[in-house]
Design a protein. Structure first.
Lengths: 185, 382
């Protein structure tokens, strides 16, 4: 019965390999801290704040602002990420539309000067059907929600760290966009 | 695969490591059974036996006629292939290479851009390779031959597949006619004007897709071609960004390259006076409906052009008037002439999707756009 022993030996070796491989994988990707949040040893207190989120109405004639409360730790920059996380949760009102595809993941929000940079994964583009109105409303809901913070005047949308010329062939998103006041009327 | 490996291992005599004869016999028996089963299974998943090794193309002239020759060098001979024309896209020549792997040859290859634009190599569901050659116009206009050549040791050429495509026969020059058009298509103001028409999206970019899977790129092309026909019938010159289902820049272009290519079509020709891009609108909620027109403000003429087209679109379609909008759209911002983007109707709204699919509605929309263009020219020249 040498055969069985050889096979058993091989199996054990394989299993050890597989197990070590798994461990390595999980160590290689530590959980990312929220963008801009410094990892203080002392836990910062949770702050809450009332914000305004913008969603398009069902027939896409305008963006409607609704009030929500967000909670976040460390008030310096975590609030920007928290507000987009809240926006991604979608509206509760059935008359409004969750315009950002629900598969979309927020990768980070950073602020430099008066410009916020919002980074999403590729689902923002790949899971989105497009159309001039769809694109205007999607971009407008992100830009107008962030420019509710008085210190933010412009918003640059990036996909997986890269500037994008356009999401679906209409709006030029290569540069930071100012607030889209015309969508609120 | 592993079944084949076991068989191979046994063939190579590696079975000798099994000292116990009964186990050895059992393994041989199992190997045979598995091997046989594998062969049965391989019937639907046969291992590819051909591989592409080289790719060349050139243009040459025979008897005053220009030909494009594509040569694909193969790893071995006796290739089985089928030639067909894509019934839905009459400019696509399709060659199915049986039992063939793409090898190191690229998936998308640009061609001479005069006779044929580009070629794609795609694996089909079986182990076959689908070669698609996009010629510049319908295949009806081209003579073509597809055949294989044996390996030639003298010139060091492998066994190869040859695709020969002849250039267009020379076409008689197009003359602007104004006689044989229906009375309701007469738009006098466009005579002698040069207009760029952009059919939105195309090729690898299907644009928005409707609930019944209608594609924006197909609708925009039909409306654009119909508008071009009407304008030409009235004695206008029309420059189109595309005449068929293609990417304007190329299949692997960046978004900027693709959109800039559309703007450049108008820029290359200094006589072009206006740029009109035709699109279908889309929204996440199917309720959204209506027709709207976009511009980017460079001068008052941008909004004027948009408003004239919008008025005619509302009148012709009876759709809800979404008005004109100033927007930062790439093709509008980068245009140096008055430019507008018409969002004909919502492809995501089931009723409007049906309209967009119907030939009579496409005609009505094309005519409305042309009338809008006509009234714009009347306005600026008065």
């Amino acid at each position: 019965m040498k055969m069985t022993k050889i096979l058993l030996g091989l199996l054990i070796v394989l299993m050890v390999f597989a197990a070590s491989g798994c461990e390595k994988g999980s160590q290689g990707e530590p959980a990312k801290p929220a963008a801009g949040v410094s990892d203080n040893a002392a836990k910062p207190a949770e702050t809450s704040m009332e914000v305004k989120l913008y969603y398009p109405n069902n027939d896409a004639t305008k963006l409607v602002g609704i009030k929500r409360t967000i909670r976040f730790k460390d008030s310096s920059s975590a609030k920007y990420r928290a507000v987009i996380d809240e926006l991604l949760r979608g509206p509760e009102d059935s008359g409004l539309v969750a315009i950002i595809p629900k598969q979309t993941k927020l990768l980070g929000v950073s602020v430099a000067g008066d410009t916020a940079k919002v980074d999403f994964d590729k689902a923002l583009v790949n899971s989105f059907n497009g159309g001039s109105t769809g694109e205007e409303m999607l971009v407008g809901s992100i830009v107008n929600t962030l420019t509710e913070f008085p210190e933010i005047k412009k918003v640059q949308i990036v996909v997986e760290g890269r500037n994008v010329e356009t999401l679906k062939g209409h709006i030029d998103t290569s540069k930071p966009l100012p607030r889209m006041e015309e969508l609120l009327k | 695969m592993w079944k084949v490996l076991i068989k191979l291992a046994l063939d190579k005599g590696l079975g000798a490591i099994f000292l116990n004869k009964t186990i050895y016999r059992l393994v041989v028996f199992l190997g045979c059974v598995l091997g046989f089963w594998g062969m049965l299974a391989m019937d639907c998943q046969a291992a590819p036996s051909h591989e592409l090794e080289t790719f060349h193309y050139k243009t040459h002239t025979i008897d005053g006629r220009k030909w494009l020759r594509i040569e694909i060098g193969m790893s071995r001979d006796k290739l089985d292939f089928e030639v067909a024309e894509n019934p839905e896209k009459p400019y696509q020549l399709l060659i199915l290479m049986k039992n063939t792997k793409r090898g190191d040859v690229k998936e998308n290859i640009g061609l001479d851009r005069k006779i044929a634009r580009y070629m794609t190599l795609k694996k089909t569901n079986k182990n076959d390779l689908q070669v698609m050659v996009a010629v510049d116009t319908s295949l009806e206009q081209h003579e073509y031959k597809v055949y294989t050549l044996e390996a030639d040791k003298k010139s060091r050429k492998p066994y190869r597949l040859i695709i020969d495509i002849a250039a267009d026969p020379p076409k008689p020059k197009e003359k602007p006619k104004q006689t044989d058009i229906p009375a309701d298509e007469i738009i006098k103001e466009v005579r002698g004007r040069t207009i760029a028409i952009d059919a939105g999206h195309g090729g690898s970019d299907s644009g928005a897709i409707g609930p019944s899977f209608l594609k924006e790129k197909d609708v925009t092309l039909k409306i654009a071609l119909e508008a071009a026909r009407i304008l030409r019938g009235n004695g206008a010159r029309v420059v189109m960004t595309r005449y068929e289902d293609v990417d304007v820049y190329g299949p692997l272009a960046t978004d900027r390259e693709e959109l800039q290519a559309r703007v450049d079509v108008a820029r290359r020709d200094p006589s072009v006076e206006i740029f009109v891009s035709i699109h279908c609108n889309a929204f996440t909620n199917p309720e959204a409906n209506g027709t709207g027109t976009y511009f980017h403000y460079h001068s008052g003429r941008d909004s004027m052009l948009a408003q004239h087209i919008q008025n005619e679109m509302v009148r012709a379609t009876g759709l809800r008037d979404r008005g004109i909008h100033n927007a930062r759209f790439y093709v509008l911002r980068h245009s140096r002439i008055p430019a507008t983007l018409v969002e004909t109707a919502f492809i995501t709204n089931p009723n409007e999707e049906r309209m967009l699919a119907s030939a009579s509605c496409q005609h009505a929309m094309a005519l409305a756009i042309c009338r809008g263009i006509g009234s714009y020219f009347r306005n600026i020249s008065s």
